[in-house]
Structure formats: structure tokens, C-alpha cells
Design a protein around this ligand. Structure first.
Ligand code: XIL
Length: 377
């Protein structure tokens, strides 16, 4: 029985099992592996209450299987998905992604144990009463450490964790205030998260992840992150790497999503300082925002590919860069379609594959950067 007949018999819409167009040459996972790197992507669990919906799509799954050596749940490990309240854990959605990765022998990263930003806390957590005085600090620590213990223990296959995400306020470089930092103190909160993660996953790579970018307007954000990284080292906080989100063209406050000239010199100085303190680097959420580019698809694709190649060449030149993760692999599923829509309402072209599951020039840019990257041990 041919594949078409089989899928009809199984009640699958035949169109969905049409083969994807494959990029010529080795996969991105293989190119990365050849250089001692990992390449992969974020993925959503799909189905009811879907946030991004991509594990439901067989053609998307095929791209992940073909191209990725590592996956990261896009939302499924965040408090707002995992924690309906202070006592309960809702693991089903993350479990689905973990099972998929395991079934296809793909590694798994974790994102994130503490998105230290009140905007991304569940409402019950923002309203949580930890009590007064020293008891408040104890209670806050107990809730945080219990969360980290249980989540880390549930997914022993995760070997790289974004322990803390986006805690620096880009406006002034300060640490954001939350119910945890109010009860425990800001540094104490972040340190407690890393110590708990180290105790629960002694062999995992522990990462501080943030979106400071190489574009103008990120100066205070970069300075704040460096200060934070310095503090971790002074206090002996177990942090192994800096996660550089790399939403290119999104973190440019002045141009509102433009692809203006990068501050290359200042960016290199930033990366030099971080690596100089002994931190490894990860590109954790790569995509290229075409919000402010012309409508013409060829122009947009050429421009995003050129910017990507220049950026990735710079970053991969640092032997400290260990992993490259795209924030989604097919345009229509990208968070950027909704987060920063184009003024002309055209669909964005921000990921490596188009909506017909065809590889784009951006995919070739990533492949080219991996090909020319120096090998690391
Ligand atoms: C985004 C997801 O892609 C969206 O689906 C969700 O609605 C909001 O979060 N920085 C991060 C990621 O650290 O967790 C964000 O992911 C994108 C920006």
C-alpha cells in the first residue's frame, strides 16, 4: 500500500503527508555537530489551548527531525503554563515535547526556570502573600526551590537550562522587581535559582538568558547584563553561560524593528567581557525580524540572510559559542507574526523555512555560517 492510501486509511488528510522540500547537502544538525556545536529550534506542544501549535503539524515535525540536534519548548516550561496554582504542576504539554525529542533521539534544552519579570508571572504568583519579615524570605525561597527541584527532576534528559530569563530592565540595567525579589532580595533570588538548579542537575549547562542585542538602543541593557554576570562571579553563583537570544531586528527601540547598522565594536566589547569572565555563549532564540523591510519578498529574504550571516559569523568565531537555536523553523508559526506585525499586514518571513515548508535564503545563511565556523573541542 502506498503512503497516500495508508494515510487515507488512517484518516489523515493526504495533503499533510506531502514530502517537504529538503535543502541540499547535510542537515543543520550535522553541520553543527561537525564543528562541535548544536543546532536546534523551539517547538510548541500544539493541541488544545495551543500557544504555537507546531507538534500537531506532521510537516513541521519532519523539519525538526531532519534539521535539529536539540529542541526547546517555546512556552511549555514557563510558570504560566506549568503552574495553575502554588501546589499543582501541569506537566502534560512539556511531557509531549520531551517524549517527541526522546523518540527521535534529539537533545532537549529547558526554558526557563525563572522568567524573572512580573509580566510573565501567573496572576496568582504576582498576588502571592509570603508573609512578613524573615518568614517571607523563607517562604519565597521554599516556593522557588520546590518549583526548580520538581521541574528539573521531571526532565533528566534536559542538559542545558535557561535558569533565569530576562531579569535586566533594558531602560536602566537594573534587576526587575518581583514578588520573589521583594521577599528575598534581588541577587538572593537569582542566586537561589542557580544554586537550586545546580543541586538538581549537577551536569547541566546553566544559563542566564536575555535579549540585549547588537543594535543601537541596547547600551543600558548590555551594561546591566555585564554587571549581573560580574556579580554572579563575585558571589560564586553557578552560572556557566550567557544565552544571547538573538531576535535580530526586534531589539532596536529607535527603529521599532528595523535592521539598522549594528554597533559591531560595542557588541564585540560586550561579548569579550562576558567570555573574559569565563562564560560560554549560546544563541538561544534566533530569528530575523523583517518588520521594517520592503514588501518585496526577494529583497526581504536577501536582507535578512545577509544580516544573519554577518551576525552568526561574528558569534561563531567565538569558540565559547556552544549552541545555536532558532525560535521556530517555519514563518507562519513564529511569535513575531503577532508580536510586531508589519504595517502593511504582509506575513513576515523571519525563520528558516517558508509557509510551504521550503528552505529560504535564511536557512542557507545559517548553513553557511556553520560551514565556515571554526571547529571547537
Ligand atoms: C515567547 C513565545 O514565543 C510566545 O509564544 C509567547 O506568547 C511569549 O513568549 N523571549 C523569550 C521567550 O525568552 O520566552 C519569548 O517567547 C520570546 C522572547
Amino acid at each position: 500500500m502506498g503512503l497516500g492510501a495508508a494515510s487515507v486509511a488512517m484518516g489523515v488528510v493526504p495533503d499533510l503527508v506531502r514530502a517537504n522540500e529538503r535543502a541540499p547537502g547535510p542537515s543543520l544538525a550535522a553541520l553543527a555537530r561537525g564543528k562541535g556545536l548544536r543546532f536546534g529550534s523551539a517547538v510548541g506542544a500544539g493541541r488544545a489551548g495551543s500557544l504555537t501549535g507546531t507538534l500537531d503539524d506532521p510537516r513541521y515535525r519532519q523539519i525538526l527531525i531532519d534539521e535539529c540536534g536539540v529542541l526547546v519548548p517555546e512556552n511549555e516550561l514557563k510558570w504560566y503554563v506549568l503552574r495553575p496554582d502554588a501546589r499543582t504542576f501541569a506537566f502534560e504539554r512539556a511531557d509531549r515535547i520531551a517524549a517527541f525529542a526522546k523518540a527521535h533521539d534529539i537533545a532537549l534544552r529547558g526554558h526557563t526556570l525563572l522568567w524573572h519579570h512580573p509580566k510573565w508571572f501567573p496572576a496568582w504568583l504576582n498576588a502571592y502573600d509570603f508573609g512578613k519579615g524573615p518568614a517571607a524570605a523563607r517562604n519565597a525561597r521554599a516556593l522557588l526551590v520546590d518549583h526548580i527541584d520538581k521541574v528539573v527532576a521531571r526532565y533528566p534528559q534536559i542538559d542545558s537550562w535557561d535558569v533565569v530569563n530576562e531579569t535586566i530592565d533594558p531602560r536602566d540595567g537594573s534587576i526587575r522587581r518581583t514578588v520573589f525579589s521583594d521577599a528575598m532580595g534581588p541577587e538572593q533570588t537569582l542566586d537561589a535559582a542557580f544554586h537550586a538548579a545546580r543541586a538538581a542537575a549537577p551536569k547541566a549547562r546553566l544559563v542566564y538568558n536575555d535579549y540585549m542585542g547588537w543594535e543601537a538602543g541596547n547600551e543600558a541593557h548590555r551594561a546591566g547584563v555585564l554587571k549581573l554576570l560580574e556579580g554572579f562571579r563575585k558571589r560564586g553563583t553557578p552560572v556557566d553561560a550567557l544565552g544571547v537570544q538573538s531576535h535580530l531586528g526586534t531589539e532596536d527601540p529607535a527603529a521599532a524593528g528595523g535592521l539598522g547598522p549594528p554597533q559591531e565594536k560595542a557588541w564585540r566589547a560586550f561579548i569579550d567581557e562576558a567570555t573574559g569572565m569565563g562564560y560560554d555563549l549560546l544563541i538561544t532564540e534566533f530569528d530575523v525580524n523583517d518588520q521594517a523591510l520592503p514588501a518585496d519578498i526577494d529583497v526581504r529574504d536577501a536582507e535578512t540572510a545577509a544580516v544573519a550571516k554577518a551576525y552568526l559569523d561574528l558569534m561563531l568565531d567565538y569558540r565559547q559559542t556552544r549552541e545555536v537555536l532558532a525560535w521556530g523553523m517555519v514563518d507562519k508559526y513564529s511569535w513575531l507574526q503577532g508580536f510586531t506585525p508589519r504595517k502593511d499586514h504582509l506575513a513576515k518571513r523571519v525563520t528558516l523555512y517558508d509557509d510551504a515548508y521550503r528552505p529560504k535564503p535564511l536557512r542557507e545563511a545559517v548553513a553557511g555560517a556553520l560551514r565556515s565556523a571554526p571547529a571547537r573541542a
